[in-house]
Structures are given as structure tokens and as C-alpha cells.
Design a protein. Structure first.
Lengths: 110, 226
């Protein structure tokens, strides 16, 4: 199961489309996603940073603070510039820029 | 100057969002299981909203010239036009839009185009913040010589800092609470600017289960239309 957390519904649907064949769940905010993780651990999370309510970093911190969620691989998909930043301590395995994202960029993590 | 640059950056960021979405939608055409009609409709919808935002921003730049004529305007006619335009979008995103007119034919002193944009931005904001299969409500009431257009959503409560700004009746600058098409950040700023031009008051009410945004407009002295 792949979780996609993005408050832009259309963008989230595009990302889900790129995960062809894989089951996905879309969440528009971090709280909904965090609640869902209690019931089902995703294999991968695509995470936007600028969200309504708690932002992506709050979500990353929350995940990192529990043993069972700290190891979930996360790919950040954001329009913010993260060049040169290492977020691997948060379980971030990749960063994709929304400005230049191609379907292949998403597919390679799926 | 620094503040101006900050505002430009926020607006630029917000306008970039629909462009990024359009790009992804265009790339989506290559997927066999995608329904092209769905993608095409999304592209049209996203670009129309982005164009409206750019138009509204260019109008803000022209407000100082005072070229927007204030005249008697039928609130109901404006709200009917906006809801007709946005009904499709509400249905498409599985949101319900309900309209209640407690006053049928009052005229207010306003500029039709600016009022249209105020209602449009508030409704888009309500749609965005309402979850799937939930409703938004537009109501028109008259109170103490003013007509209130109230737009209520049943989404998360408005952040306190934005609410405080709205309480003052004025959003100083585009906020960064949400940078996406149809977000309240730019929409509230636009609605606030236009309302101020029309001597109207904007405000927000925080509910336990959502937020209402309203604009109070002075009743026109001209006779009723109907």
C-alpha cells in the first residue's frame, strides 16, 4: 500500500496514476494519514510538505518518533527547494520537485 | 520593499501551483487507464481558476485608479451566476453546494465584477476545505441596512492568525497557510481587497465544525428590481 499525502487533490491523483498497478490511498492532510497509519502500515509514502494543518515536517517528526513507523520509506514531493539537504534521518529516501516531476521519477520508488 | 518582495514571492508561489498541476495532467495522458475526458476537464478547470486569479490580481493593481464603477447590483443575480459557474466543480469533486436566499431581490451598492470575485473566492475556498460528500452553504441575509453573503464550510477550523486578520476586516497580505489553486491564502486576500474598495466588510466566524466567511454590503437606496 502506498500513501499519498497532498492537499492538492488533482496533484495527488496524478501521483496515484503514476503508481500504476499499486494500491494507493490519498490523504489531504497529515492528521488523516497519521490516523490511518495506526490501522495500516504503508510500504511507501509520497509526502507533500506544505499542507493544511500540521505540515510535512511535523508528520516526518511524528513518524520518526515511533519504532514501528520510523522505518517507513518516504519520498517528498514538493515545490519547495530541498537541494543539498539530507533528510535521510527522517526516513526520506528521495525528494522530487513538483516543478520538474516526471512519471518515471515516481515509478522508480514504487 | 522587503514586504513587497515577500508578497511577490507568495503570489508567485501560489500561481506556480496550478502550472505544476497542469503539467502533471498533460503528462498523465500517456497512461492507458486514464480517462482522457477526466484529465481534459481537470486541465480546463485548473487553468480557468488560474486565469481568474491572475485577472483578479491585475484588478487589484488597478483599484487605486478607481475605475470600478459602484452601482446598484442584485446580490441574488451575482450569487446565482457564481453558483452556476461553480456547481460543476462542486459536483465534480463530490461536494454539495446549498444555497439559501432569505432575501430575494435586494440591491446593494457594489461593483458587479468585484463582488462576483469575492463570492467566487469564498466559495472556492469552502469547496477546498470541505471534505468529500460534505456540503457548503451560501446564504443571503439582511440585517441593519446591510446585506450579508455568508459562505459556510464544514471543514477544519480557520487558523487563529488568519481569523484575527479577518476579524479586523482586512487581510494585509497573501498568507502562506495554503499555497495551491483555489486556496484561502490568495483568495482571501483578493476578497478582502475588493471588499474594501466597495466599502464592504469581510469577516470570518469559526465554528466547531468549520468556518464561515462573510461580506456585508450596504443596501442600495435604489428601488428593488422585483
Amino acid at each position: 500500500m502506498i500513501f499519498i499525502i497532498d492537499d492538492d487533490e488533482v496533484m495527488a491523483e496524478c501521483i496515484a496514476r503514476y503508481c500504476k498497478g499499486q494500491p494507493t490511498r490519498i490523504f489531504s492532510n497529515a492528521i488523516e494519514a497519521m490516523n490511518a497509519i495506526d490501522d495500516e502500515k504503508p510500504d511507501l509514502i509520497f509526502l507533500d510538505i506544505l499542507l493544511d494543518g500540521p505540515d510535512g515536517f511535523t508528520f516526518l517528526n511524528e513518524l520518526a518518533s515511533y519504532d514501528d513507523t520510523a522505518k517507513i520509506p518516504i519520498v517528498i514531493i514538493s515545490s519547495l527547494d530541498f537541494s543539498g539537504q539530507d533528510l535521510s534521518s527522517y526516513g526520506v529516501v528521495g525528494i522530487i520537485s513538483k516543478d520538474t516531476m516526471l512519471p518515471e521519477d515516481v515509478k522508480k520508488y514504487v | 520593499m522587503e514586504k513587497e518582495v515577500e508578497n511577490i514571492l507568495l503570489v508567485a508561489h501560489e500561481l506556480k501551483a496550478p502550472l505544476a498541476v497542469l503539467r502533471q495532467l498533460a503528462l498523465s495522458f500517456e497512461f492507458e487507464d486514464s480517462t482522457n475526458e477526466h484529465i481534459r476537464s481537470e486541465m480546463v478547470s485548473v487553468s480557468e481558476r488560474a486565469i481568474r486569479q491572475v485577472n483578479d490580481l491585475s484588478k487589484i493593481a488597478r483599484l487605486e485608479d478607481g475605475l470600478f464603477v459602484m452601482e446598484p447590483v442584485s446580490v441574488r443575480a451575482v450569487c446565482d451566476d457564481v453558483t452556476r459557474e461553480l456547481n460543476y466543480l462542486f459536483r465534480y469533486h463530490q461536494r454539495d453546494l446549498r444555497v439559501h436566499y432569505h432575501n430575494h431581490a435586494r440591491l446593494v451598492t457594489a461593483n458587479r465584477d468585484l463582488l462576483y470575485s469575492v463570492v467566487y473566492n469564498f466559495l472556492l475556498n469552502a469547496m477546498h476545505y470541505s471534505g468529500k460528500d460534505t456540503r457548503s452553504e451560501l446564504t443571503i441575509n439582511e440585517k441593519a441596512g446591510k446585506i450579508r453573503i455568508n459562505i459556510r464550510d464544514f471543514g477544519p477550523a480557520l487558523p487563529m492568525d488568519v481569523w484575527r486578520e479577518m476579524r479586523r476586516g482586512w487581510v494585509e497580505k497573501p498568507t502562506s497557510i495554503a499555497m495551491r489553486p483555489g486556496s484561502s491564502g490568495l483568495g482571501l486576500y483578493i476578497a478582502s481587497k475588493f471588499s474594501r474598495y466597495m466599502n464592504a466588510n469581510v469577516g470570518a466566524i469559526r465554528h466547531r465544525d468549520g468556518t464561515s466567511f462573510f461580506v456585508d454590503l450596504p443596501v442600495s437606496k435604489q428601488a428593488r428590481l422585483f
